[in-house]
Design a protein around this ligand. Structure first.
Ligand code: 2HA
Ligand code: ZN
Length: 273
């Protein structure tokens, strides 16, 4: 079948458009990747026209011979829905996990996202950590989280606790917490290494003065995670805009009760007094 008729491609395009409508993807901001299931690759293989092998600039042997649907470098999320063949593409990794080739899309010399190193290294970490369950890596320029990286200490403990306090559902949606990467040059190997180090522990990595990387099993849960984190940040921005201190909030013991009731484990390092 045609790649664009497959459910996974439709889900990918819908997620890009949802992110655009949220206001998270100005110009060519943000990127999305999906590690395609073998049976899905099989379904759309007749639609492939493989290009030349190219270096990824990193080594991800744990992803050798895997296929990924990715947004394109310099492409606009706004255009994915009207021109998917140009805005996104499918790539295949070689036996070593050091080279890729485009097998579908990214028409007329397009290239995969400039953040391909971070996407691939995050996929490798998450594949190992979840027995292959995680398949989606999503990067968005979320304004409220970005705003908070100017006023909160860039510490995992502070961001996690502040976001958890903003909505009762937050610790249930991201019980492991969130990690924070200090400002770094984007698009390369170094920021990929730092981000994937955090992804061993968390599903969310905040890039100071830049945005968020989120990981998940499917499009719904990964988009929902991004949405939940950014909404919590929006509430915190509102609170801090009204006054500097909270009159009341959710207390450490309240979080412990919540954890018990909802069957999640909340690391004690976030429940400081
Ligand atoms: O332009 O978001 O981080 C794509 C990006 C780079
Ligand atoms: Zn970015």
């Amino acid at each position: 079948m045609r790649l664009l008729d497959a459910d996974f491609a439709k889900g990918f395009i819908r997620m890009c458009n949802d992110g655009w409508e949220q206001g998270w993807h100005e110009r060519n901001g943000g990127n999305l990747s999906y590690r395609v299931k073998p049976e899905e690759v099989e379904m759309v293989k007749e639609d492939f026209t493989p290009g030349d092998w190219q270096p990824t600039g990193i080594k991800v042997p744990g992803l050798a011979r895997e296929y990924f649907l990715v947004t394109g470098s310099g492409k606009y999320f706004r255009n994915v829905i009207i021109n998917p063949e140009d805005s996104m593409g499918m790539i295949e990794l070689d036996d070593t996990g050091e080279r890729y080739r485009i097998v579908w899309g990214l028409a007329d010399g397009g290239r995969p996202t400039s953040e391909l190193p971070t996407h691939l290294m995050n996929h490798e970490v998450k594949k190992m950590a979840t027995g292959g369950a995680y398949r989606v890596i999503y990067h968005a320029h979320t304004p409220n989280i970005i705003a908070l990286t100017f006023v909160l200490p860039l510490k995992d403990e502070v961001f996690t606790r502040e976001l958890w306090e903003m909505a009762t559902e937050c610790p249930v949606v991201f019980p492991a917490g969130v990690g924070v990467v200090p400002w770094m040059v984007p698009g390369g190997r170094e920021i990929a290494i730092e981000t994937s180090r955090l992804m061993k522990e968390y599903d969310v990595a905040i890039w100071a003065h830049h945005g968020i990387f989120a990981a998940g099993v499917d499009f719904d849960s990964t988009f929902g995670l991004m949405h939940t984190v950014e909404k919590a940040a929006e509430i915190l921005v509102k609170v801090l805009s009204i006054q500097k201190t909270k009159l009341q909030t959710i207390q450490p013991d309240d979080f412990r009760k919540l954890a018990k009731e909802f069957g999640v484990t909340l690391p004690e390092k976030f429940l400081y007094e």
